[in-house]
Design a protein around this ligand. Structure first.
Ligand SMILES: [Zn+2]
Length: 303
């Protein structure tokens, strides 16, 4: 029987998939060396795969590696999501709640040697005392702020704490309670230096600047991304840079919600940096998954 082009065309799929017997392979190759039409057909059939004639074993290995990579990435993704939740929960549990002033919060006792003992009630889990020498006074002005931390309230029961404000007997003109809620500071001892005017301790706004900075950086990266969306190399780099300010913004949202002013800016900033790391990893892995699924879809359409 003569081998027609039609017979060879029927055999080509088997030949391309490497499942033809040696005899068939020899027949196909013999024909293809003589027939340009069938040779062309064979090349076209090989084109969309773009794969060199792999053996089944290497194909399987590749598939396995791909699957295990996906598995590892999925595990990392889950760990990072858990980390974000844990860090956010810890940040809330350890966030200081500043007390508005009340009479029973702090009691002051003047000793005969001129020192003043401040005793805090048992709801207080932390305090901060600052002092400065005013221009118009003969002694120091002290400011006290106190807070409690939910974590310590539920888990560690605090005993009453007290401290001597002026262990070296410094002269004290006045002591203010620093309210940390935008209301006027309260005079709790001595002469009111700000009679009539009053002072208000303002929250730190530094976090608001960081948010603006991150948002600006994100917008710039997004614009660069839009311009170079066709250039894969630049796109890959800019995407990774873009995720940095984006993680910061999401981190801020986790720790501070929609407020940007803070009376404990340093603490909040470190909490945001801490939660930023797992968020950045989540962005990277999620983007990787997204790109792969898009690539796969395109590949299927092409076929
Ligand atoms: Zn032919």
């Amino acid at each position: 029987m003569k081998l027609t082009c039609n017979v060879i065309r029927d055999l080509l799929p088997l030949y391309v998939e490497n499942i033809a017997s040696d005899d068939t392979r020899a027949l196909v190759e013999e024909h293809i060396n003589l027939c340009t039409d069938c040779k062309k057909q064979l090349e076209e059939m090989r084109m969309p795969n773009e794969l060199p004639p792999d053996t089944d074993a290497t194909l399987l290995k590749k598939l396995k590696r791909k699957l295990s990579m996906k598995k590892i990435q999925t595990v990392i993704l889950s760990v990072m999501i858990v980390l974000v939740v844990v860090i956010t929960a810890l940040a809330y549990l350890t966030a200081p709640n500043y007390f508005p002033y009340s009479d029973n919060l702090i009691s002051l006792k003047e000793n005969s040697d001129g020192t003043i003992l401040a005793t805090f009630n048992d709801k207080v889990s932390g305090y901060y005392i600052d002092h400065y020498l005013p221009k118009n006074g003969s002694g120091y002005v002290y400011s006290i702020t106190v807070w409690n931390i939910p974590w310590e309230q539920y888990i560690i029961k605090n005993s009453v704490r007290s401290t001597v404000l002026n262990p070296n007997g410094e002269n004290i003109t006045s002591i203010y309670y620093y309210t940390a809620d935008g209301t006027e500071d309260v005079l709790i001892y001595g002469k009111d230096l700000y009679a009539g005017g009053g002072t208000t301790s303002l929250p730190r706004l530094v976090l608001a600047y960081y948010v603006l900075l991150a948002a600006a950086l994100a917008v710039i990266c997004a614009i660069i991304l839009l311009i170079f969306r066709k250039n894969e190399k630049i796109r890959n780099i800019v995407e990774k840079v873009l995720f940095i300010p984006l993680s910061y913004l999401v981190g801020h949202l986790c720790i501070k919600g929609f407020t940007t002013s803070s009376y404990s800016a340093k603490r909040d900033f470190f909490a945001i940096l801490l939660v930023m790391f797992p968020i950045y990893c989540i962005f990277l892995i999620a983007n990787n998954f997204y790109r792969k699924s898009k690539h796969k879809k395109q590949y299927n359409v092409d076929r």
